[in-house]
Write a protein that binds this ligand. Structure first.
Ligand code: SF4
Ligand code: SF4
Length: 444
């Protein structure tokens, strides 16, 4: 039995700022776009409710107890409320300050603690994660995974986060187990730019083909690509869960690795990572040794779609099939709300001959992935995942396009429950095929 310790108030390590809390006029406009409120249905699991709770804790009228902490844990950090709020409340800063307070002050059940430790000590470190993937690859390869799914009653015996994690596993390839990139990839044709590429941690292992496609598309469009092979996680994974010490350490490492690279831009192809990389100045604002370097680094970060839309494609593009191709683009939260990138991916995709874009209802609603939220809060994530897939499929598009590894894995998992499987691609994979003059693989 976990000992429950209740402590009133915030500690003094960067608590949520009272002036940001006071900016909320409690109008409630944000409730309609909040995914946790939509699923849980309680004011305390809405942006306004959480701001009330922060204010209560700040005023000493509420205690940061495990029950109250649960209402902050249920927030997906999707930032839809930031987009919606007519008063400009900076909920992103409030929740970013709140999560470390929860982590420091509120004891979690032992299983949650073990799980979080396991996730944060493996997922952000590809060198640790890769060896663990070999048994997983084998488990998929010899059909044990399919067999296991035939016994749902046995599956129910697993703790919920473990069950969610197993269900989320994408099909692994040989490439997932290890892949070497040279430190420098030359531009094809005339060199236009010299760029760095963040390879990511989870993406490098779970969706390595996205990095491979990104490299080919950049090179084909005149970019020399610098690939520091010792790069690790960009810090997004721990940052989104309030593990600030680990996040700051990973951010410092990333800045050091790129210190002498002299690149025009640092490119990222996953939205959650891009949002954190652009926020390094804020993440390291209290670090006198890194503050200025963090701001300079963040100024160079560009999402790959933002970058290519900005500099323009210079390679000819071919159709991906003989008939028009309908696709639906899934707006990742940290792309649409976090980085305000919405038109650039669509403009790029429309350049592929024959592409017709369709828009789903509730396009700006989170799919439930939210970093590792779908492992830590599987019930809410499951419901959101089902709704997202239903909305995407209602467009009757032939393929789904997602520019975020977390969304891709979450959508794939829920597509997996359906008899006919709509394929899902990263925009770079489609551009890559189009540049190479190849057709989309036939679907079974
Ligand atoms: S966060 Fe903004 S939208 Fe939500 S209640 Fe406060 S002022 Fe209104
Ligand atoms: S970040 Fe998303 S889940 Fe959290 S309060 Fe805002 S809208 Fe709701």
């Amino acid at each position: 039995m976990t000992e429950i310790v209740k402590r009133p108030g915030f500690d003094q390590d960067s608590p949520p700022e009272p002036k940001l809390i006071d900016a909320c006029v409690h109008c409630g406009f944000c409730l309609a776009t909040c995914p946790s409120y939509r699923i849980i249905g309680k004011e305390t699991d809405s942006p306004r409710g959480r701001i009330y709770l922060m204010d209560g804790i700040h005023q000493g009228q509420a205690e940061l107890s495990p029950a109250i902490a649960g209402h902050f844990d249920s927030c997906l950090g999707c930032l839809a409320c930031v987009t919606t709020c007519p008063s400009g409340v900076e909920y992103d800063k409030l929740i970013a300050a709140m999560r470390p307070q929860v982590n420091r002050q509120v004891p979690r059940p032992w299983l949650d603690t073990v799980f979080r430790k396991l996730l944060f000590s493996t997922l952000p470190y590809p060198r640790r994660l890769r060896p663990l993937m070999f048994p997983v690859w084998l488990y998929q390869k010899i059909g044990l995974q399919q067999l296991w799914h035939r016994f749902p009653k046995l599956e129910q015996l697993l703790p919920k986060p473990l069950r969610a994690m197993e269900r989320l596993l994408p099909p692994l390839s040989q490439r997932s187990l290890g892949e070497d990139w040279p430190n420098l990839i030359p531009a094809q044709g005339k060199k236009r730019y010299r760029v760095g590429l963040i390879l990511g941690c989870v993406q490098r292992v779970f969706l390595p083909e996205v990095n491979a496609a990104t490299i080919r598309v950049l090179a084909a469009n005149g970019c020399e690509i610098v690939l520091p092979t010792n790069q690790g996680c960009c810090a997004a994974l721990p940052h989104h869960q309030g593990e600030e010490d680990q996040a700051r350490q990973l951010a410092r490492q990333m800045i050091d690795i790129y210190a002498d690279m002299e690149v025009d831009a640092v490119i990222i192809n996953a939205s959650g990572c891009g949002h954190t990389l652009k926020d390094y100045g804020h993440l390291l604002e209290n670090d006198p040794d890194y503050q200025d370097r963090a701001i300079a680094f963040a100024a160079k970060v560009k999402d790959v779609q933002e970058f290519l839309d900005d500099v323009g494609l210079v390679t000819p593009l071919s159709p991906l099939q003989d008939t028009p191709l309908s696709l639906v683009y899934q707006d990742a939260c940290h792309m649409i709300h976090g980085q305000k990138i919405t038109v650039q991916p669509r403009r790029l995709l429309r350049q592929i001959p024959g592409v017709q874009l369709r828009e789903p209802i509730d396009a700006a609603l989170c799919c439930g992935s939210a970093g590792i939220y779908n492992i830590l809060q599987p019930d809410v994530a499951e419901e959101l995942g089902k709704q997202k897939v239903k909305n995407l499929l209602q467009t009757q598009a032939q393929i789904i396009v997602s520019a975020n590894v977390g969304c891709t894995v979450q959508i794939q998992r829920h597509l997996g429950d359906r008899p006919s499987k709509t394929p899902i691609y990263h925009p770079m994979q489609l551009l890559d095929l189009s540049i190479k003059g190849e057709r989309l693989p036939a679907q079974s």
